[in-house]
Design a protein around this ligand. Sequence first.
Ligand SMILES: *Cc1c(COP(=O)(O)O)cnc(C)c1O
Length: 495
Amino acid sequence: MTRRRSNKRSWAEPFKIKVVEPIKMTTRKERLRAIETACYNTFLLKSSDVYIDLLTDSGTSAMSDYQWAGLMQGDEAYAGSANFYRLESTIQQYYGYPYIVPTHQGRGAEHILSQILIKPGDIVPGNMYFTTTRLHQELAGGVFEDIIIDEAHQPDSLHPFKGNIDLDKLSALIKKHGAKRIPYISVEACVNMAGGQPFSLANLKEVKELCDRHGILVILDATRAMENAWFIKEREPGYSDRSCAQILKEICDLTDGCTMSGKKDLLVNIGGFLAFRDQDHYRKASELVVVYEGLHTYGGLAGRDMEAMARGIEEAVLDDHLQARIGQVSYLGEKIEQVGIPIVQPLGGHAVYLDARKFLPHLTQDEFPAQALAAALYIDSGVRAMERGIVSAGRDPVTGEHRYPELELVRLTIPRRVYTQAHMDVTAESVESCFENRQGIKGLRMTYEPEKLRFFQAHFEPKAPFILEDMAEMSAKRNKPVTVSGAQPRSNTNK
Ligand SMILES: *Cc1c(COP(=O)(O)O)cnc(C)c1O
C-alpha cells in the first residue's frame, strides 16, 4: 500500500528559543479583581496579572542573541558614540535617507518634526490619524485632515491596499486651503488605526507626483514600513520577486523624510529616529533634539540601544522574518474568522482587530463597546487586548465633543517573536467564548477622563455587572474536552 503524501507545506519560525520567561496563570476571580482595580482599562492592569499580552506590539518584541550581544558593545560616550555611526549607516543603507536624528521613540521624532515644519493654522493631511502623530500636529498649531480612501473606514471591505490615499480628497484640500498652508502630508505604512492596512507603491507614486507639483513634502511614518513592504511583495503586481529590502528602499525613495518608532518593525524595546533628505531640515531637527531628547548623536538613547536597533534593522527586513511575523497574525485571524466572529478584513500586519460594533450590537458607541469587550476578554482568559475606537479617538479640540469614529475595534496585537501558535489557539478560544457570552457584556461609563490621549489612563465602571459564563466549565458540562491553557504547541498548516 502506498501512503499518500500531502503536498501541503507548513512554515515555521526562522528562529529557535534560547531563553524563556515564565508567565503567570490566574483564576477568573483574581482577574475580576484585577480589572476592577484597573478601572476596566487594560492599560492600567499590572503586567504580572496578564497571561497572554496582546496590548501592543510596541517595544514588546524578543531580541535575538545577535542583538543582545550588541548591547555589550554599547559605547556610552556622551558625544559621537560608535553605535550612533553604526545606526546612521545602517539606516542610510536600508532606508536611504542621508540625514538621521535618533530619538527615544516615535513620538519624540513626531514632536520635533511637527515643531519644525508646522505653523499655526497649517493643514496636515494624512492617511488616517494616529494618536500621537495627530496630537503633536495639533500641539504645533496644525489641523489634521484624513485623506485615506473610504474603504479604510469599512471593516468589511476587501480592498488589498486600504492604507492608500484618496488623490481626490488630497486635491480638494489643496484647492480649498492652497498648497502654502500644507507643509507636508503624512503617509503611514500599514495604517495602525485602519487595522494594519498597507498602501501600494502605485498609490505612493501618484501621491508623490501630486505633492511635487505643489511643492508639498511627503513624510513617511515608517514605523511599520517593512511590514508594508511584505504586503506589496504579496499583493502588488510586479513585486513578487523583489526582496522586502528592495521594496522598503523604493518606498523611502518616494518620500522626503520619515519618523520612526523602532519599537515596532525594528525588534527593539526602545528607540526611534527622524530622517531627512534636506540638510536644512536636518539642522533644525538637530537643534531641537538637543532641547527635548538629548545630543544629536544619541537622542535619548543609550549607545547600546542604538546598537540593538541597528542590528534589529538587519534582521527585521529579511523576507523570512516578515513572512513568519505576518503569518502568525494571519494564523490567529483565520482561526477567529472561521467561527464567524466579525473582524477587520483583510488581515493586517501586526494585529487582528475585532469589530466591536458587530460583536456587541446591543451597546451604543458611547457605552464604549470596544473598551468593554477588551475587559471581558481579560476576565475570560487573562488575554490583554486594547481599545481602538471612541476612547482612542478622543474629543474634538474645537467642539469638545467625543469624536465618533466609524471603526470601533478591539486590537489583538502580536508581539514579534514572542508567542507560539499555541498561545494564538488559546486566544482564539477565548474570543469565541466571549462571543458566545456577548449578551452578558455590558456598557461602560467613563468616571475619569484625562485631557490628552485619554485611552491610556481613563477610568470606567460597568453600567451593570458583566455576566460571563465560564466557558471551560460549560464545555466540561457538555462533556467536551477542554483546552484552556497548557496546550501543546501544534504545527501550523497555513501557508
Ligand atoms: C507607535 C506608533 C507611533 C508612536 O511611536 P512611539 O514609539 O510609541 O512613541 C507613531 N506612529 C505609528 C504608526 C505607531 O504605531
